[in-house]
Ligand binder design. Structure first.
Ligand SMILES: Cc1ncc(COP(=O)(O)O)c(C=O)c1O
Length: 444
């Protein structure tokens, strides 16, 4: 019945017996490899105490940078962090008010259906039609504990042991982990600054094998800020539909595009893909609600049923009060995000201008999300007061140690050579932080 569409482990008619995650299903990212070596060693040392599959999970490299910066700050250092993956604005007041009211209402003290509050699922369907033009049946919406949980559910729902998942690289650091947990194999498809950090159809086709089960697609992109134009989305969507490849399209930054760039939803551009496409989204970035942990996934009924079954045993419903907040967010106006985007756009331009002044750093102009992703390979091997960083991992360490500036090295995203700098921070800090980088690395 599930006949290879939905991952056998999560499918309704799941086979008995859990396949082993192959340890070779490990992505190329160096920092994660290091973390994996450490965690793998731990797993070996504690053999049988910790499962191999979970023992091999790398800690989130982006959260690790933020944590290191926070620790230095706690020690009294004035660290400027470009590590944050979250808006620096508070959640809009009407959303907070809705949550406060829900707290006081006893009906919100109970479990909700696993799939989420009916009103919220309907509001997500309406919002999706409004924002991307996708027609959605609320029954095919699953409310999840943040967008990250939607990513996990979706991968668990479609990936089986040995399945290959194409992953445009540099990639958001989380994606490879649920793939490995499902026993799948991440196949990185490398995009560079030259191609605007977008993968081409030829690259995808070259990476496709009979085992290719899915493509993870994210536009606007974390970490690169790249936004695919409609024509390329159409090509990729048609190719996926033609070859029966699932597309998990992460639209969490849909409202954060700048200049001429526009977000387009792949299942809208290519309707014939809808039967093999799962849309991932959430309130975190659009409404400055990272801490509230509400996301969702939308897709064909069999995949949604599988994901819902998984979630029913894993987390049940999302916090009822947070769902009430999300309902106020998605059914309310987009004024707050328009305002945030205005600030992000200004900072984006400032950051791009300042980074472009560092000789050896090549900074494509970010078109979406809130990240700049300069190519720093030209800075490697130079002498900075007795230290010669050979990798961007070492360069990021140098910046933190000497300039007290936190950036995330490309190794966290599967490709050495780049640095991710979030511009979700105040204008003054942004200017000072890049100024410190110029002082250390030298201007143009
Ligand atoms: C591309 C992408 N997808 C999903 C998420 C998950 O967002 P959350 O779990 O906070 O809703 C993030 C967060 O950084 C992201 O960058």
């Amino acid at each position: 019945m599930v006949s290879g569409r939905v991952g056998a482990r999560v499918g309704i008619a799941a086979k008995s017996g859990i396949p082993q995650a192959p340890l070779h299903a490990i992505h190329c990212c160096k920092i994660n490899r290091l973390c994996r070596t450490l965690t793998g060693t731990l797993a070996a040392m504690t053999s049988e105490r910790i499962s191999r599959r979970v023992g091999a999970i790398a800690p989130s490299a982006t959260l690790a940078v933020t944590a290191k910066a926070r620790a230095l700050r706690a020690a009294g250092e004035r660290v400027i962090s470009f590590g944050a993956g979250e808006p620096d604005f508070p959640t809009p007041e009407h959303i907070v008010e809705a949550a406060a009211a829900a707290c006081r209402d006893p009906q919100h003290h109970k479990y909700t259906p696993v799939g989420g509050l009916e009103d919220l699922r309907e509001a997500v369907a309406v919002k999706t039609r409004r924002d991307s033009g996708l027609e959605v049946d609320p029954a095919d919406v699953l409310i999840t504990n943040g967008g990250k949980h939607a990513v996990y559910n979706a991968i668990a729902a479609v990936v089986d042991a040995g399945d290959e998942v194409l992953l445009p690289t540099p990639y958001w650091t989380t994606y490879p982990e649920p793939i490995a947990l499902s026993g799948g194999v991440t196949v990185p498809v490398l995009a560079t600054a030259v191609s605007g950090f977008r993968v081409s159809l030829d690259q995808l086709e070259a990476a496709r094998t009979p085992r290719t089960k899915a493509l993870i697609f994210v536009s606007p992109s974390n970490p690169t800020g790249a936004v695919y134009p409609r024509s390329e989305i159409e090509q990729i969507g048609r190719w996926a539909a033609e070859h029966g490849v699932w597309v998990l399209t992460d639209e969490i930054y849909e409202h954060l595009t700048y200049g001429d760039a526009q977000h387009h939803s792949m299942p809208v551009v290519v309707p014939e893909l809808q039967d093999r496409c799962i849309v991932l989204n959430g309130v975190a970035k659009t409404y400055a609600m990272t801490g509230w942990r509400v996301g969702w996934m939308i897709g064909p009924s069999d995949a949604m049923a599988a994901a819902r079954n998984l979630q029913s045993h894993c987390t049940s419903n999302v916090c009822n009060v947070a769902q009430a907040a999300a309902l106020a967010a998605v059914s309310g106006p987009l004024d707050a995000v328009v305002e945030m985007r205005r600030h992000f756009d200004r900072r984006r331009q400032t950051m791009h201008r300042l980074l472009s002044g560092i000789e050896g750093l090549v900074c494509p102009e970010p078109e979406g999300a809130f990240y700049a992703y300069p190519d720093a390979s030209g800075l490697l091997g130079r002498d900075y007061g007795g230290v010669r960083p050979a990798t961007t991992l070492e360069l990021a360490d140098l910046l933190l140690d000497r300039a007290k500036v936190a950036v995330v090295p490309g190794e966290a995203f599967g490709a050495s050579g780049g640095l991710r700098l979030s511009f979700a921070l105040g204008d003054d800090d942004l200017g000072e932080g890049v100024g410190r980088m110029v002082d250390l690395l030298g201007g143009g």
